[in-house]
Design a protein around this ligand. Sequence first.
Ligand code: T4K
Length: 371
Amino acid sequence: MKTPIYVTQPYLPPLAEFIPYLEKIWENKILTNGGPFHQQLEKELCEYLGVKHICLFTNGTIALVTALQALRINGEVITTPYSFVATAHSLLWNGIKPVFVDVDPNTLNLDPAKIEAAITPHTTAIMPVHCYGHSCDVDAIQKIADNYNLKVIYDAAHAFGVKCHCGSVLNHGDLSVLSFHATKVFNTFEGGAIICPDAKTKQRIDQLKNFGFVDEVTVVAPGINGKMSELNAAFGLLQLKHIEEALSRRREIDASYREQLVEVKGILCLNGKNQAADNHSYFPILVQANYPISRDELYQKLKDHGIFARRYFYPLISDFPMYRSLPSAQRDNLPIAADAAVRVLCLPIYPTLDTDQIKKIVNVIKEVSKQ
Ligand code: T4K
């Protein structure tokens, strides 16, 4: 029996280290509603990430939905088709029309050069994604937002710990949204967060994630229940103690793939351009036309060897039934994203992936290239 190798595996610290946290919860009987672990995790994450304020959530999707509510976004929002469906779904949940704009061929992030042409009198915001933890062109996007008086909400689900030229990438835009899902670099089983620049915005977001309550008898908005529980927050605190070793192992795996794949014709390894700190959350490769088989054939070949690489992000969001009739979803509007979606393959990367497993994955890719 071959042991399957998945695209990722959650980082789990030694179980014994989690017991004291559970004992504390059993002792004080606070399970949720902004308890002590929730507060401590907010504080420690602000310090670790280098951000001013953070609001913890049950997951990244509810955080995205709430971020849009917090800034009272409506009308049309410019976004990328090349992401996980939650990005655009958060717009539909708010009754907002997504307007898809094509991506940059080098980063596969929203192409700032194509944003202006998509702006209409109904546009209120831009929602870019730091895809794979590779930073968007934050300066160019901000310039456009300033010129047209638009808000910017970054879907930073992949960008935990990523730094660009001026510190944490999470400080750009009006808000940034993180995911702490099991498959992410930093996980709390399920979880998410909104990074915000000032205490007033944090207060509004904290109200919105708690039904809109201000106090026992005052409700100021039709809020949702998006609070992170004490169990998840406690796990996050423990994860944070191990984050450096997890990131450093990811860095080694990334370097090892690059070194071994550099000479394989037709395989292009994507990377974050000029970032001050990467998190190596994914290892995306593009299968080019001069590789002997197609991306889907390579995906299948790896699967036959028990290697479950994933086609993130295929299909494009704009191809799903609830989006495909939008004018901006049409193929001729999104040629770069459409091409990337049929070429990309995310190879397994996670801290416990060992050298032999990496070799096995690389060998399948190399063997094909010798055909
Ligand atoms: N924005 C962006 C750009 C996102 O990528 C995401 C989530 C969001 C927003 C929304 O954030 P959340 O609401 O999820 O916090 C996964 C994740 O479910 C999803 O969180 C993530 N993006 C997306 C890119 O990937 P799937 O359908 O690929 O997950 P799944 O269950 O197939 O897992 C992939 C592999 O991971 C499995 O083959 C095995 C391994 N795995 C997975 C889980 C859940 C484990 O080993 N243990 C586990 O518990 O969506």
